[in-house]
Design a protein around this ligand. Structure first.
Ligand code: DP6
Length: 321
């Protein structure tokens, strides 16, 4: 029986999107810039379901009863493949799921990559982007490695700004909690869009943050990238906090990491942070400082674990036999 397996990596936004243009199509209301990382991965295998007349979706071995996440992408792809196969989709993450570590982005990107190969579709990039967005607004960025721009004014085109080889920064993902988040990004964004008095300002600053970050990345200027990334992240968390009810993803461990990052910077290390819809804090740093940063954060805060990775590449098909 034919089985196809693909691997994709999560991505973390430096300039973030928080808010959808239209909830039905799941399209982000703004552009974003991210980094795709390396050692964290989602692996998704697909094959025809010979045992039952329904799609079955498993995450880390557990069957999901709710297919609403994967179904829009699957429906879009099956319109192209003209296949009416029922599929078994088995996805595994080698990192905590649904806790602000972009498992949906890498999960969907690996599924779209596996489907494309399974049915020999040779999809255009624009079709892969569309299939990804329907599953998760940030998933198209996982189709590309390194520093990636997703441009909402250009049909969500995704382009690589710099590759890992161009600027090999290190990334430390500090786990502040392993709990699943209580408010999903999708729910949180809708609440912010409807209720935060800062939402319009957030939309308005997107163009400027995108151009500042693009310049900083192209010039490999760590301190300018630090300024725009941290300001963008903190503004997004203000939008969340000023929503009704307030949405708070950071916890005490996140805040203690921020304090240590500031101390490390004051003593000459080059690093900056970003935080998404969960308490985990991602540190981007000069590889010369990685060990010192890792040791300091491990000793001086209550982080559960620190994942050390670098920038990663685009998704790939693997042969499991
Ligand atoms: C805070 O793309 O994960 O990480 O479309 O519901 O899957 P869904 O949302 P998602 O939201 C990402 C939000 C963010 C910022 C970002 O990655 O740009």
């Amino acid at each position: 029986m034919k089985e196809t397996t693909a691997i994709a990596h999560p991505n973390f936004a430096l300039v973030k999107y928080w808010g959808k243009k239209d909830s039905n199509q799941n399209r982000p209301a703004m552009s974003s810039i991210s980094i795709t990382v390396d050692s964290m991965q989602s692996k998704t295998k697909i094959f025809k379901n010979k045992l039952s007349n329904c799609h079955q979706f498993f995450i880390n071995g557990k069957e999901e009863t709710d297919l609403s996440r994967i179904y829009p992408s699957l429906f879009y792809l099956s319109e192209i493949s003209k296949s009416d196969d029922y599929l078994v989709i088995q996805s595994e993450n080698n990192f905590p799921t649904s806790s602000g570590l972009a498992s949906s982005a890498s999960g969907i990107a690996s599924f779209v990559t596996a489907y494309d190969a399974h049915y020999d579709l040779n999809l255009e990039m624009s079709n892969k982007i569309e299939a990804c967005i329907l599953g998760s607004g940030s998933a198209p960025r996982s189709l590309i490695g390194g520093f990636v721009l997703m441009d909402h004014k250009n049909n969500y085109s995704c382009t690589q700004v710099l590759s890992k080889a161009d600027w090999p920064v290190d990334v430390l993902i500090c786990l502040a909690s392993k709990e699943t988040k209580k408010i999903s990004s999708r729910q949180g964004m809708e609440i912010s869009k409807r209720t935060s008095p800062l939402y319009q300002d957030w939309l308005c600053r997107n163009d400027k943050d995108i151009s500042l970050a693009l310049e900083a990345i192209k010039e490999k200027d760590m301190s300018r990238l630090e300024n725009v990334t941290e300001e963008n992240c903190n503004f997004m968390h203000e939008v969340m906090k000023t929503s009704k009810p307030p949405i708070i993803y950071m916890n005490e461990v996140t805040h203690s990491c921020v304090a240590e990052i500031e101390n490390l910077r004051a003593s000459g290390h080059k690093l900056f942070y970003t935080v998404d819809a969960g308490p985990q804090i991602k540190i981007i740093c000069d590889p010369k400082s990685t060990n010192t940063i890792k040791d300091t954060i491990a000793q001086k805060t209550d982080v559960i674990d620190i994942i050390h990775t670098g920038l990663g590449g685009s998704p790939r098909i693997i042969d499991e036999n």
